[in-house]
Each structure stands twice: as structure tokens, then as C-alpha cells.
Design a protein around this ligand. Structure first.
Ligand SMILES: [Cu+2]
Length: 120
């Protein structure tokens, strides 16, 4: 029954979206759903702040504010990973952290750059 299978998948997808909204509405943060919970800059070959704490599902904006340096933030963890690619000076990327845990975001160009992210 291919048709019934498709309908079921659609219902699951809608349920996931609704659950996401409920989690956002219950958060203590004043940030509305879809807004950025934290801003992290990259300047002087360092993330600032060097550590952030989030609730699951919140987003971090990662800004390259480092003159003429290119950065490349990524996270490689069995539970959650992302790679925003090379980031030109002045550019911004937003990353959502849906998974609880302790993570370290690194820069593919500057190995000493580390951003600790705790997701509760
Ligand atoms: Cu870098």
C-alpha cells in the first residue's frame, strides 16, 4: 500500500514541526522561535566567547569579524556534526544545535581555535 505509507510519513513530518515549536515556546530565552540565541565572533584567530550554553534547538550565529582572515568552523561528533565551509571576512552563518551534549566547534584553518558548546 504505497499511498498509505506516504500519508503516514507526511503526518510524522508535521508532528515533528509542531513538537519543535512547542519546545521553542517553552524556552526561558526571550528569543522567538527561529531567532539566534547566541552570537559568536571569530577575531584574532579565536572564538569569542569561547564557550556558550544553549537549550536544544537553539541557534548560534558564527561571525567572521577577523580582518582579512578566512575561517572554517565545523563540528565533528558522532551525535551531531556540521561544516559551514570557508567563511569570508564579514560573513555570518547560523547553525542550529538540536542535540543535547557537549561539543567542540573547531576551525579547519586555525587548529587552536575552539568553541565549547553545551546543549541542555
Ligand atoms: Cu579560523
Amino acid at each position: 500500500m504505497p499511498h498509505a505509507g506516504r500519508t503516514r510519513l507526511k503526518r510524522l513530518a508535521v508532528g515533528g514541526v509542531l513538537a519543535g515549536c512547542l519546545v521553542g515556546a517553552g524556552a526561558v530565552s526571550l528569543a522567538a522561535v527561529g531567532q539566534v540565541a547566541q552570537r559568536v565572533t571569530q577575531k584574532g584567530r579565536a572564538f569569542a566567547p569561547g564557550a556558550v550554553a544553549l537549550n536544544a534547538g537553539e541557534k548560534v550565529e558564527i561571525v567572521n569579524d577577523d580582518g582579512e582572515l578566512v575561517h572554517h568552523a565545523y563540528l565533528d561528533h558522532p551525535d551531531f556534526n556540521f561544516d559551514i565551509g570557508e567563511q569570508a571576512p564579514g560573513s555570518r552563518s547560523v547553525v542550529a544545535f538540536p542535540t543535547k551534549g557537549s561539543f567542540t566547534v573547531l576551525c579547519g584553518i586555525h587548529p587552536k581555535m575552539k568553541l565549547a558548546v553545551t546543549v541542555k
